[in-house]
Design a protein around this ligand. Structure first.
Ligand SMILES: Cc1cc2nc3c(=O)[nH]c(=O)nc-3n(C[C@H](O)[C@H](O)[C@H](O)COP(=O)(O)OP(=O)(O)OC[C@H]3O[C@@H](n4cnc5c(N)ncnc54)[C@H](O)[C@@H]3O)c2cc1C
Ligand code: SF4
Length: 754
């Protein structure tokens, strides 16, 4: 296992370090039964990180420490003024602090402190597992038994560091890439982005005999890197690990007349082979049947007036039936576990009774139900709902060379140490590479789609690993670089026929952007032990009763709905920032709250349906550029009145379920939870009408022959379901279409490249 740990050196002078120590012990003070931040090693961690990966923050730290010393009249290390000064630091009113419109110095510091308290000791903090012992988290365990997931079971394990873990050498190694000199000059298919879409499409093309080149901006990897490492998989990734994406983080404003600022992203996006098929949580759920004709279904039942003002809601250019075979194919390739719903007899269903018709059961049975999931299911059932386990692309039995899930604690955002969670690397890539017809060029960052005199896409201009500009031709050019980059590449690629960008003749590129909001409800079960740190995120019980139009909206003032679910995975660094409104972010009150509630806190996750609106879109930021001088994407996004009303409705219902589960305290997240969510969709909408869409239902760009764009950017609407399975089904259907065209072309003697 590769571990990039922090070097054991220090950046601060002894005087600065003494001030940092004093500050850290104010933020997380020693208690009667628990050591404080210094004894846990959090300040040592920060000092070491400043000498390594956080070196870019050193001057900011020096400024903070200096300001504290000056404000304390010399030295901050003692005296009564400490707490008021930390208070001023938090309120950003301490004289001399650096100004940053995106976050305060305190925000940075408290995040680093939490990392030093609760991340794996391999990084220099959490000395002797003291942080983990304080909250009862056993760390990097290979997996857990079913009984350990029961509520009120006391998990009695000695904490373990990821430093001691090893991996099964029989799992697939590093995917083979092709050096630039050996990349075919004229492949049938050229794909930008070696993520979920790129690899699954490529596998299908090579199986049909086509030659494929993938240009991937990041490096190759097995997909098991950073497994079980909360720090590297989250904080570092967001802060600097994913260099390309972090360099081009979109800006965000809520209205077209506002100035945009750097968007805060909760998860970060992967720039490496496999894309987000490695980091994902693997919830693999189909859309509902009427999700593909929301507009018509709404108008038929409730009338045109119920379409929210300003919404660009439309039907999809295909039906659920058109996509069903490709859902099947995607589920089989991924190895999805789940229980099928029983529509005729919902009372007998172990699955989701609202589920659309399926040709076959899931390839494997569902993940087991945790104690917390059972609590949720019992309470939801008492409310009249139909709880079901979320389907997941996680093996529950040995499956095509992958191990079954061990129910460890590190799933969504992490590589899986046993390959139970599907990624491109452990599903489609080995056979596709084996064919000899797939060539992956890594460190190849697409800059522009190139067209010929006739306006047809003929290749990609990209930067190679030495920063040199290269041109790669391709028969059909497919852009599959995630929602933001899909729109950005189209807008940045211009020729004399496409002066506003490819696909943008009617100004549709970037339009209809939607992103998931998660206005969830938190719940504390005082005195109970939930053991929610065990098991994958996807090991969740959910209800579909309040999604779509599964309940009557005649007397309601909104349309559509959302999903409520109780997810697993609750890791201490992240959890230490989850606080009710009356608990401060630092000090004794924070410490006491977190230590006593970590293993008693749950969240009822709400995924509301988000509709498209005229004002919500992506475009190129006129003011902010990346390191290469190219404009970043600017997001204009706010939630509509319809969504506000349905979120209120869902929060009320979720709170009732939580109370039925025995919650002693609940609180609600705000409605607008940010403009980037990992469910970022729209921007290159599919449709039959070029006036209101960029591509047809196969991802073919209306105004640019030879160019196909696919991903969440193709979505027409954002139902309350995780997007990747539908993204893959659309991609596999589009691949079928291209293969069909190329064999027709071959039959007529024109060859695949015609
Ligand atoms: C933490 C996390 C959890 C998630 N959980 C779930 C879940 O449970 N269920 C679900 O359905 N979805 C989930 N998702 C979303 C899901 O992973 C994505 O929807 C899916 O991966 C999208 O596939 P894609 O191929 O469009 O993009 P990606 O998989 O992101 O692939 C894009 C690829 O393009 C490359 N690239 C980008 N720009 C360029 C360029 N200019 N040149 C060359 N290459 C480029 C990137 O390096 C990357 O490899 C999650 C995502 C994250 C981050
Ligand atoms: S699928 Fe997730 S929970 Fe299961 S073993 Fe893999 S990383 Fe751990």
């Amino acid at each position: 296992m590769t571990i990039t740990s922090i070097p054991h050196a220090a950046a601060l002078t002894p005087g600065e370090r003494a001030t940092l120590d004093a500050l850290c012990d104010c933020l997380f003070p020693p208690g009667e039964a628990t050591p404080g931040a210094v004894a846990i090693g959090a300040s040592a961690y920060i000092d070491q990180a400043l000498a390594g990966p956080y070196g870019g923050f050193l001057e900011e730290y020096r400024t903070v420490l200096h300001c504290l010393d000056v404000a304390a009249g010399g030295r901050f290390t003692g005296g009564d003024s400490q707490l008021p000064l930390v208070d001023a630091l938090e309120r950003n009113t301490l004289p001399g602090l650096l100004s940053n419109p995106d976050r305060s110095s305190f925000d940075l510091l408290i995040r680093h402190l939490r990392e030093g308290l609760f991340s794996d000791p391999v990084h220099g903090g959490n000395r002797d597992f003291a942080g983990w012992k304080a909250v009862g988290f056993p760390g990097a365990q290979f997996g857990y038994r079913e009984e350990e997931q029961q509520v009120d079971h006391r998990v009695d394990r000695a904490p373990q560091s990821l430093a001691g873990l090893s991996q099964d050498a029989r799992l697939p190694g590093l995917p083979k890439t092709t050096p630039r000199a050996k990349i075919p000059a004229h492949p049938d298919i050229l794909i930008v982005g070696g993520g979920a879409v790129g690899n699954f499409m490529a596998a299908k093309f090579v199986a049909a005999g086509l030659e494929v080149v993938i240009l991937e901006a990041g490096p190759s990897r097995t997909g098991r890197e950073r497994s079980m490492d909360e720090l590297l998989a989250t904080a570092f990734r967001n802060e600097g690990g994913v260099s390309k994406f972090n360099d081009e983080v979109p800006t965000w404003r809520t209205g077209p007349n506002d100035r945009a600022r750097r968007a805060v992203m909760s998860q970060g996006l992967e720039t490496a082979l496999g894309g987000n098929s490695v980091a994902w949580g693997a919830v693999a759920m189909r859309f509902y049947e009427d999700d593909f004709r929301i507009r018509s279904a709404t108008v038929e039942k409730y009338g045109e007036s119920r379409i929210p003002a300003g919404s660009t809601l439309a039907d999809w250019p295909m039906s659920y039936g058109d996509l069903e075979p490709f859902y099947e194919e995607a589920e089989d390739l991924l190895g999805v576990s789940g229980h099928a719903g029983n529509r005729e007899h919902p009372e007998r269903s172990r699955g989701n009774p609202f589920e659309a018709p399926r040709s076959n059961p899931y390839p494997m049975p569902a993940l087991r139900t945790s104690g917390l999931g059972q609590l949720f299911a019992d309470s939801a059932r008492a409310e009249g709902y139909h709880p079901f386990p979320l389907p997941a692309a996680i093996a529950t039995t040995a499956w095509k060379g992958r191990h079954a899930c061990t129910y460890c604690s590190f799933c969504s955002r992490f590589g899986c140490h046993v390959d139970a969670k599907a990624s491109a690397q452990n599903t489609v890539l080995p056979a596709a590479l084996e064919s000899g017809r797939l060539h992956i060029l890594t460190s190849a960052r697409a800059m522009e789609i190139v067209t010929d005199e006739s306006g047809r896409a003929v290749g990609i201009r990209y930067l190679d690993e030495d920063g040199q500009t290269q041109f790669q031709p391709g028969g059909t050019v497919i852009v599959a670089a995630y929602a933001f980059e899909n729109s950005r590449l189209l807008l940045l690629s211009r020729d004399k026929r496409h002066r506003r960008g490819l696909g943008n003749e009617t100004g549709q590129v970037g339009a209809h952007y939607m992103t998931r909001q998660q206005p969830s409800v938190y719940a504390i079960f005082e005195g109970r032990t939930l053991n929610r740190f065990i098991g994958p995120t996807a090991q969740a019980m959910a209800i579909g009763d309040l999604s779509g139009d599964h309940f009557d909206h005649s007397d309601l003032d909104f349309i559509r709905g959302g999903r409520i679910a109780a997810f697993n995975q609750y890791l201490p660094t992240e959890a230490s920032g989850v606080l009710p409104p009356d608990v401060p972010r630092w000090g004794k009150a924070w410490r006491d709250f977190f230590l006593s509630s970590y293993n008693s806190t749950s969240m009822l996750f709400i995924d509301p349906e988000i509709l498209p609106y005229e004002n919500n879109r992506l475009d190129l930021d006129p003011n902010v550029k990346d390191r290469l001088g190219r404009p970043v994407i600017r997001i204009t996004f706010d939630i509509g009145d319809n969504e506000r009303k349905l979120m209120q409705f869902l929060q009320d219902r979720a709170e009732r379920i939580a109370i039925g589960m025995g919650a002693t305290r609940t609180w609600r997240r705000q409605f607008l939870t940010g403009p980037i969510s990992t469910h970022d969709v729209g921007g290159t909408r599919m449709g039959n009408d070029p006036q209101s869409s960029v591509t047809n239902g196969f991802g073919e760009v209306h105004d640019t022959p030879g160019l196909v764009v696919l991903g969440g950017s193709s979505f027409v609407s954002l139902p309350p379901v995780n997007p990747a399975l539908t993204i893959l089904a659309l991609a596999l259907r589009a691949a079928d279409n291209i293969i069909g065209q190329s064999s027709k072309a071959n039959r007529s003697g024109r060859g695949a490249r015609a």
